[in-house]
Structure formats: structure tokens, C-alpha cells
Design a protein around this ligand. Structure first.
Ligand code: A2P
Length: 321
């Protein structure tokens, strides 16, 4: 990670294998209401965010595109200063649907290229089925290997429509298989990651393969009834010691682990304070304490894809061995 002073706050960068840099903090837009997301993106870009994480399934790319376009035309920011990521949804994995899906995203985002395009899940649905309810609405793995989808992703790079390609929600096994057959290696794996789900084995595979991890839900995704990182006593204590907020502690921890973090917020104060987490340097003792919070807990466990009689079981998704 390099220090790079730009805009209002320090913007650390994450460096890919080929030297390309990505702003290490980005704005997450999953669950951002489409009536609020435009304002949030405008705000974020104004205060110095340079990385926006999107996906077609979030249903808000058109609103995000409008905000990006507004910022580029009204402020002195060039397109090259921004890092925009989007993701291919499960119902467009068949090679013939990959390019049209990207073109729709580009149209919505009002861009002529993406910086990064990811396969959102290693789970394929029949075309037009956004959320499969029965196994027959999914495409069996043998019928459509991920390598076929990947080849179509590679073609997008060759055509200049996307700069980089990667994956999301892939375990080590799938990353190793994909890298073996790929002519362009995935450069990013976006996965859920926070102190309750640290994934050391996946991190080490990614390091070996030269793949950068982007941590989604770095704040713990709003928590559940029993588990809430922002209310965790130890996180609160560390935040008091460091004169910052619990959210900033969690983000500074993610950055210290050399992962990209993409906290979601549509609230102006939280957007600002999340970005300012890049200025916080945690002591080793604090980091060790946070490491001890591991619970192997997924807030987004993918069981929605584990349909009776289907291929996409929890073990297929997550088993590291
Ligand atoms: P909001 O959009 O109202 O700020 P994650 O990125 O881990 O998925 O977490 C997102 C959730 O955390 C959202 O509910 C978001 O709500 C909330 N959130 C974002 N930033 C902060 C913050 N600094 N402090 C507390 N909650 C936050």
C-alpha cells in the first residue's frame, strides 16, 4: 500500500501485481436506497472518495451514473482519477450474455469503460432469473463451468471495455482452478471480511496468487441480534484510546491488513468519518486485540443459493480445503 496525498484526506492505495493502484477505501453501494444513493455518491466524490463499488443487482447503477456524470462535469475531476467497479450478475454467466450485461451497466453508469468488472458469485442462473427459487432455475456447474464465463470476461479486457477483471465470493479452490486455465488472471477477489470473519487461509491463497482482497461489509453489515461489531466492547475501548469512532477502528484494521475496504453509507457525516479512517494508525497491540474477535461468522452466508437438489451448496461455496 502506498501513501498518496490527494484531495482532502490521505488516500492510501492498494497496488495490483502489474503496478496498477486502486484507492484502498471505496464507497460501498449494496443496500443503498436508490433515492439516496445519488446524493451519497455526489457527497462522497466531493469530499474525496475516488473509488465507487457498484453492481447491477443492487438496482441503483443509473442513479450512481447520474451522480458520477454530474461530478465529472461540475468539478475538476477527470475520469482517470476515479476507480469504478461493477459486477456481473448470476443470470448472465453464459458467455453470450456477458458483454450485453456489461454494456447495460456501462449505459447505466454513463461510462465508456469500467476499471474493474467482477463475477459477482460463483453461482449461475438461467438467463432472466435474478434470484433462483428452485434448483432448475440454476445452471448446473458441469453445464456451465466458471472458466467459460471467465473467457467472456477476458474478451471484455481485450476489447478495452474494462481495464481489469476479478471475482467475488470465490474460495481458494475456485481461485486456484480459475488461475490455472485463465489467460488473464483475476486481480481482485471481493469477499465479506471483518474481525468476525477474517479468512486467513483465503488471504494467504490470494497473496500467493497475487490477488488483492476487497472486503465487503467491513463494518459488519449492520450486525445481527447477537453480533454487532460496532457495539463490541473491545472495539469501543480501542476507539476511545485512539480518539476515533468504532467504525474508524474497523476500517483502519482492514486497511492495516492490506485489504481494500468498501464501507456502505448514505449518511453525510458517516461518509466523511469513514473516509477519515485512512489517517488512523492502530498500534500492534490494538490490531492483536481485534484479531482475537474471530467468530467465523458470515452475515451473508450464501445459503440463499443452496437449493434442494442443486449444485451450489454452502460447502461448494466456502470450504477452504
Ligand atoms: P448508513 O448508510 O445509514 O450510514 P457495511 O459496509 O459493513 O455493510 O455496513 C453498512 C452499515 O453500516 C449500514 O447500515 C450503514 O448505515 C452503517 N454505517 C456506515 N458507516 C457507519 C459509521 N461510521 N458508523 C455507524 N454505522 C455506519
Amino acid at each position: 500500500m502506498n501513501g498518496d496525498q490527494s484531495n482532502m484526506v490521505l488516500q492510501p492505495q492498494c497496488t495490483l501485481k502489474d503496478g496498477t493502484t486502486i484507492p484502498a477505501i471505496g464507497l460501498g453501494t449494496w443496500k443503498s436506497d436508490k433515492h439516496l444513493v445519488g446524493k451519497a455518491v455526489n457527497n462522497a466524490l466531493k469530499i474525496g472518495y475516488r473509488h465507487i463499488d457498484c453492481a447491477s443487482i443492487y438496482g441503483n447503477e443509473a442513479e450512481i451514473g447520474e451522480a458520477i456524470q454530474y461530478h465529472l462535469t461540475q468539478f475538476n475531476t477527470s475520469r482517470d482519477e476515479l476507480w469504478i467497479t461493477s459486477k456481473l450478475w448470476n443470470d448472465c454467466h453464459q458467455p453470450e450474455f456477458v458483454r450485453p450485461a456489461l454494456l447495460k451497466t456501462l449505459q447505466d453508469l454513463r461510462l465508456d469503460r469500467l476499471d474493474l468488472y467482477l463475477i459477482h458469485w460463483p453461482v449461475s442462473h438461467r438467463h432472466g432469473i435474478k434470484i433462483a427459487k428452485e434448483a432448475r432455475e440454476q445452471i448446473p456447474r458441469a453445464e456451465l463451468p466458471l472458466s467459460d464465463t471467465w473467457e467472456a470476461m477476458e474478451a471484455l479486457v481485450k476489447e478495452g471495455l474494462v481495464q481489469k477483471i476479478g471475482v467475488s465470493n470465490f474460495n481458494s479452490k475456485k481461485l486456484r482452478t480459475l488461475t490455472k486455465s485463465a489467460s488473464i488472471s483475476p486481480c481482485v477477489n471481493q469477499v465479506e471480511r471483518h474481525p468476525y470473519l477474517q479468512q486467513p487461509s483465503l488471504l494467504s491463497t490470494c497473496e500467493q496468487l497475487g490477488i488483492v482482497i476487497t472486503a465487503f461489509s467491513p463494518l459488519g453489515s449492520g450486525g445481527s441480534e447477537n453480533l454487532n461489531l460496532l457495539k463490541e466492547e473491545m472495539i469501543q475501548e480501542i476507539s476511545l484510546r485512539n480518539h476515533c469512532t468504532p467504525a474508524q477502528v474497523l476500517l483502519a484494521w482492514g486497511l492495516a491488513k492490506k485489504t481494500i475496504v468498501i464501507p456502505k453509507s448514505t449518511n453525510p457525516e458517516r461518509l466523511k468519518s469513514n473516509l477519515e479512517s485512512t489517517t488512523i494508525q492502530l498500534q500492534k497491540e490494538d490490531i492483536d486485540c481485534i484479531d482475537s474477535l474471530e467468530r467465523h461468522h458470515r452475515f451473508n452466508d450464501g445459503t440463499i443459493w443452496a437449493l434442494q437438489g442443486g449444485d451450489y451448496t454452502a460447502s461448494y461455496l466456502w470450504d477452504e480445503n
